[in-house]
Design a protein around this ligand. Structure first.
Ligand SMILES: Nc1ncnc2c1ncn2[C@@H]1O[C@H](COP(=O)(O)OP(=O)(O)OP(=O)(O)O)[C@@H](O)[C@H]1O
Ligand SMILES: [Mg+2]
Length: 236
């Protein structure tokens, strides 16, 4: 039996001859929340683009539940149960909360709009147009859109970006609750270390397009490699 929800084998991506990802190998066991961290420009969003099929032009292989999905488009990957959110929100500002969630669920066999709205505390905003919502609620809507259809694997690119510390932690707790209940596997890009250390089971650290270290919160937190990668960035 295959125990990995998501695997990348020798993933390599270049932009104009420059290696943004360089032979990335990783495996995320089913049900795990995996943190993906690293300094700005490390290649985190690019890795999510490769995994989600947003960019087709890469080398190596992506496996979803043991099945190679290299030949699948982003839409096909989503249908197979691989969903993602974007670093910048992808909501439609002119539509109501419920409208957007219903729209997203049109292609799903079973609608879980009410359940997702309930869980992300969006019920009282259902008839509001997204542009009128506070930024924090917009980010919850963004997360809700990715959760429509109960994906097997969720790739989240800084879902808490721009939120206050308190909002970030409470979003992280909501997320953890829900994915553990639904047994979703998550790859979470997040800059805030408090959030990462609170919510993730294991962490992969990317630097300059390569994996620097991978392991538990304790291993990553105390790694001199990680400390120097981040100090390098801070010292700029
Ligand atoms: N479309 C593109 N064309 C050329 N270079 C790109 C493109 N997208 C990303 N890059 C480069 O690839 C590298 C990795 O970028 P990426 O956005 O994946 O990093 P990141 O780890 O997500 O950073 P951040 O923490 O700032 O979001 C950077 O050097 C970036 O300039
Ligand atoms: Mg990024």
């Amino acid at each position: 039996m295959n125990n990995f929800a998501l695997q990348g084998v020798q993933l390599t991506k270049q932009y104009g001859g420059f290696h943004v990802l360089h032979g990335i190998n990783f495996s995320v066991p089913k049900g795990e929340i995996r943190g993906l961290i690293g300094p700005n420009g490390a290649g985190k969003s690019t890795l999510v683009d490769v995994l989600s099929g947003r960019t087709a032009n890469y080398q190596g292989s992506v496996f979803l539940d043991g099945k190679e999905i290299n030949g699948c488009s982003a839409q096909e990957r989503r249908k197979l149960g691989l969903a993602r959110s974007f670093q910048r929100t992808s909501i439609f500002h002119s539509r109501t909360v419920e409208d957007q969630l219903e729209l997203a669920s049109r292609w799903e066999t079973e609608s879980n709009v009410d359940e997702v709205m309930g869980h992300l505390d969006l019920v009282s905003y259902r008839d509001e147009v997204a542009a009128e919502l506070s930024y924090g609620v917009q980010r919850r809507l963004d997360l809700a859109l990715a959760l429509i259809g109960k994906p097997q694997v969720l790739l989240l690119d800084e879902p808490a970006a721009g939120l206050t510390m308190q909002e970030s932690i409470s979003m992280a707790q909501l997320l953890r609750d829900l994915v553990k209940r639904w047994k979703i596997t998550v790859l979470l890009i997040e800059h805030d270390m408090d959030v990462v250390f609170t919510v993730c089971d294991q962490i992969t650290v990317l630097n300059l397009g390569q994996i620097l270290i991978e392991g538990s919160v304790e291993v990553v937190r105390s790694s001199p490699l990680v400390i120097s990668a981040y100090l390098g960035r801070n010292a700029e």
